[in-house]
Design a protein around this ligand. Sequence first.
Ligand SMILES: *Cc1c(COP(=O)(O)O)cnc(C)c1O
Length: 403
Amino acid sequence: MTVTQQQCREMDAADPLARSRDAFVLPEGVVYLDGNSLGALPRQAEERVRAVMTQQWGKDLIKSWNLHDWIGVPARLGAKIARLIGAKPGEVLVADSTSLNVFKALHAALCLRPGRRVILSDEGNFPTDLYMAQGLIEQLSDSHRLEIVPPEEIAAAITEDVAVLMLTEVDYRTGRLHDMKALTKLAHDKGALAFWDLCHSAGAFPVDLNGCGADFAVGCGYKYLNGGPGAPAFIYVAERWQGSAEQPLLGWMGHEAPFAFDLDYRPKPGIARFLVGTPPILSLTALEAGLDLFADVALEALRAKSGALGDLFIALVEQELAGSGLALASPRPAAQRGSQVSYRHPEGYPIMQALIARGVIGDFRAPDILRFGFAPLYVSFSDIWTAVAQLKAVMAGREWEKP
Ligand SMILES: *Cc1c(COP(=O)(O)O)cnc(C)c1O
């Protein structure tokens, strides 16, 4: 059955999330399929950042920490993210970068499993997560080791030596989704903890950390949460570990009484000990503008749309680009994908450059992967039609061969 452009328009007309697109600044003539790398700019962000600068920083200066509750922003934003990832409000905090939060969470997990020596991860993980694990192991005088296995061998590799299973739910190259619930259970059955990276999950589809029994999690503020370049990241610590989790970076913001200026460290109760230094208020303000766009969104609608956008892309590539040499690198069933679809092609890099020149922005990941991310809040079904039509023109004209 062929899909027509008119059908794509009808899908937009029936889309319960269609109106949220107006809340973003999207340049004319651009189809943006790279929100899994850098989310689009929320319209509200500029005004809100300006208001904090002029009304708060500019007028109330340092009094703003109390007067405008700047000190409470990391927890307030954490509570907004909690809803998106199936956590309780007091289980999530916004702070630092994802990389740093990986270090903090991983260290806490290892301390909770003394005697166990293995951090288990897979080849689909994002390099910084693996590097942070390697760096942590160096700090621990090589008492631990990082085991990296192919994704399909994880279950078999979970042994009683494993302290923590560290995985990214969505493979950043292929979009393959791990079964968080099943793998967390396997880890727990062997006495290990489960630590999930949600960089490509949060804001793209609902996650159920509590329902899966996850112990720790981290994720990005600047991808599907639309917090802006380098936006602060988040960290989740299951309530049951908050009293005993030890994080390695003992900054004053995690101290029980930062303004007592004691010479000795005492952790704050609860997740607040995972704070390190002074929160970046302007960046947090931009992130909050992004988070607030999820306030009225039914999370099931988010999942349904992200799956449907991917299904449409796959169907249209099959229909329009048969014989082009583009090989689907993502799982075909939507239930096994995050919110992206990837293709392999030996000329992937110049093909993506040619496509970007035509106003369709996706990205390329070595060695041969073309990635298309579908942020359900602002990507439309008509965008998918346009993207595939432009890709078809690139392939038909062999435009990647042109300098
Ligand atoms: C994007 C991404 C990161 C980025 O980490 P930063 O510290 O923000 O640079 C980390 N892990 C995964 C899985 C990612 O997709």
